[in-house]
Design a protein around this ligand. Structure first.
Ligand code: PEP
Length: 254
């Protein structure tokens, strides 16, 4: 089954309005001038620059996403943002369960599943992140840990249309260490099998599984060519338009 690659930029807690506007405009212009059109592009800026970025990418075909959301639609949740607000701000996607949210904010698989259901209810595509720590990999438990995260974080109503999985080994995020292509393919195939058991063949075969963790222009082509890798979730390299674009250009053409 052919799956259109998705290259997603996670800007994390970076960018004041002027930087965000410049970066988003550069990405939008590159996308508009693209003739290959071999992938979808998504940028996930901080909430404070959502409107600035949304305006800069308008009409370019670049999608807008957030980095988390609450499960409730509104109410007494100081500091949180609801999926309804994200939709209203022009978002189509939301990253959920990133390892930094799981660590910094104690988000569990059950939390991520509840956030994903809230995202789906509000017509947002959930980009659900999973990945093992270094000690879990070293002790030979990586596949089992990620299986459990998939089972616990992905809701029963997930489909290829409303959900994207991002496999991000925690030890590879922002460290310059990258999983080997063999390990990445083994993990992605295992995730797809777990999704088959949970959601059925069609959903699992159609669902995009991204790799994230120190993906750069220099290693993107090899990773993106793997059979079960359907794009990338990019942190550091998404903050430079030329690097983000070079990664997007590394997607295999259909
Ligand atoms: C991320 O935070 O999702 C990520 C993959 O970061 P980096 O590309 O910097 O490793």
């Amino acid at each position: 089954m052919s799956r259109r690659p998705l290259i997603a930029g996670n800007w994390k807690m970076n960018g004041l309005r002027a930087d965000a506007k410049a970066l988003a405009s550069e990405i939008a212009n590159l996308k508009k001038s693209d003739t290959a059109d071999n992938c979808d592009l998504l940028v996930c800026p901080p909430f404070t620059v959502m409107e600035t970025v949304g305006t800069a990418i308008e009409g370019s075909g670049v999608f807008l996403g957030a980095q988390t959301c609450h499960t409730a639609e509104s109410g007494a949740h100081t500091g949180d943002i609801s999926p309804v607000m994200l939709k209203d701000a022009g978002c189509t996607h939301v990253i959920l369960g990133h390892s930094e949210r799981r660590t910094d904010h104690g988000e569990s698989d059950a939390d991520v599943q509840a956030q994903s259901i809230a995202a789906h209810t509000n017509d947002l595509i959930a980009v659900i992140c999973v990945g093992e720590t270094e000690s879990e990999r070293e002790s030979g438990n990586a596949l089992q840990v990620v299986r459990e995260q998939i089972i616990g974080s992905v809701p029963a109503g997930a489909s290829a249309q409303n959900t994207v999985i991002a496999y991000e080994p925690v030890w590879a995020i922002g460290t310059g260490k990258v999983a080997t292509p063999d390990d990445v393919q083994t993990m992605h195939a295992d995730i797809r099998n777990t999704l088959k058991d949970k959601l059925g063949e069609d959903a699992a075969n159609g669902m995009r599984i991204l790799y994230g963790g120190s993906m750069k222009p220099a290693n993107a082509k090899e990773l993106l060519a793997l059979a079960d890798v359907d794009g990338g979730l990019i942190g550091g390299a998404s903050l430079k338009s030329e690097d983000f674009w070079a990664i997007a250009q590394s997607c295999p053409s259909n």
